[in-house]
Design a protein. Sequence first.
Length: 329
Amino acid sequence: MPIPKAELHLHIEGTLEPELAFELAARNGVTLPYPDTAALREAYAFDDLQSFLDLYYGLMAVLRTERDFEDLADAYLARAAAQGVRHAEIFFDPQAHLARGVAMGTVVEGLWRALGRSEATHGVSTRLILCFLRDESADSAARTLAAAGPYLDRITGVGLDSAEVGHPPAKFRAVYEAAAALGLRRVAHAGEEGPPEYVTEALDVLGVERVDHGLRSVEDPALVARLVRERIPLTLCPLSNVRLRTVDTLADHPLPAMLEAGLMCTVNSDDPAYFGGYAGDNFDAVRSVLGLTEESVRELARNSFVAAFLDDDEERRARYLAEVDAYVF
Ligand code: ADE
Ligand code: ZN
């Protein structure tokens, strides 16, 4: 039995496994530019974030109906549950679907068909986080938030993702203010490929409560001190960092030093179908390659539940934390 954990950094579109992509392509009459799943997998050799994003957005062409989004989420939740995930806060990228003529309602209702029964089917509680694409305009983000209006009872928060460098967080000040006024929680990718200044800006200008990745924070000791002092959770994704060449090898990952510095780190999978592993695989990899102690692994699992948006269900958080404390390696 893997240690219980929450997954806080997971793009649902990044869980599209090649087999399901071909199944959905056939169902929807979409022709993929790869002869088979093996050829598609071979294309998963990325140089950087952008080379991954190009493939990631391209493959979304197979997602068209509510049932497609339901099947996608259901497949993720089954895999996550098998790896000890008890709670998942799931990102989705509506602009990438709206641009293809797929409506917000199709995406949210489809995902919700799986998320709404996930506790009963998979034993996994869920939250949904709408991400804005930072390489699109601030106006487009505002229109996207407006389009989500009828579905806000199903959406816990907003995030910011896609190509980071050249798209600093401050561009999205107004839409984050509007999201906060609607009672939505706020997170943002920052410091993945972008500089530590983007992390500071996400905190100060967007008011984020968690930083997604935040890896390059380690370059700025004053920022590290602040993140420690303010107990800001970082949602790290070690296997993603290796595949997108943010670190040279997993052995070079700064996670042990970050824990040592007192940062509130969590370990997540980002886009597991593309990066070689789900949440439990990321835990196993950092444990074996970085030589983390059992107590560090337990700290990572505890942090994931402490950092989860479970403020409306503290009893559940306490139950999950008790499961972590009782876990025998
Ligand atoms: N969208 C999906 N995965 C992402 C990542 N790792 N960084 C930025 N945007 C993303
Ligand atoms: Zn991400």
